[in-house]
Design a protein around this ligand. Structure first.
Ligand SMILES: [Zn+2]
Length: 197
């Protein structure tokens, strides 16, 4: 999976970040579907979601930053899922989110967003920008109870994508992928059952 082509359907920056790979039921990323494997994939993903302007950002390999982002990703996902379901989030993941947010806020500058609001922002050439913006978005989502309860996990096998189920009726991340696969499986199961009866 490439950062330039991966689907953005989370409805929030932090959810799209969690969806930069597919997931097992054990909250482990599935490497063949991971868009954040290459040394420059973080800055490419940042451009894809509009955090980093085209042509800016550092293209160089920043292995430590990629590792930090990849460590944050399952922690963030685990906390969001637990909190959305009203469960206690894992302590180590909460620690990492809190620590990262403190680091992000310390490096940020309060900046007008263009619509009258002011938000934390970081220079495009700060390699930590993607990770910091993602964690700030996650903290904002965690503070917003009506949105938080809408965080839904796609039940598709080896998918695990998160999205804001704003209608309350969306079951799959995408009807075209997980939804149709599930329908197909159900159809085959029905046919097998009919054939054997
Ligand atoms: Zn799915």
């Amino acid at each position: 999976m490439q950062p330039e082509t991966i689907k953005l359907m989370g409805g929030a920056l932090c959810l799209d970040f969690a969806n930069s790979t597919d997931w097992t039921a054990e909250n482990e990323s599935i490497e063949v579907e991971d868009a954040l494997l290459e040394s420059d994939s973080l800055v490419r993903w940042g451009r894809r979601v509009g955090l980093i302007a085209a042509g800016s950002g550092r293209d160089g390999a920043i292995a430590a930053e990629l590792a930090a982002a990849r460590e944050l990703r399952p922690a963030l996902r685990g906390v969001l899922i637990a909190a959305a379901h009203g469960d206690a989030p894992p302590g180590a993941a909460v620690d990492l989110l809190t620590r990262t947010y403190a680091e992000a806020a310390a490096a940020a500058r309060l900046t007008p967003r263009g619509d009258g609001a002011y938000v934390l922002d970081w220079p495009d050439d700060d390699p930590r920008k993607v990770r910091f913006a993602v964690v700030a978005d996650a903290i904002a989502l965690l503070a917003d109870a009506p949105r938080l309860v809408r965080v839904h996990v796609c039940p598709g096998r080896d998918c695990g994508w998160l999205f804001l189920n704003t209608s309350g009726r969306q079951r799959w991340c995408s009807m075209a992928t997980c939804g149709s696969r599930a329908k197909m499986r159900a159809m085959y199961a029905r046919r097998r059952a009919e054939a054997s009866s």
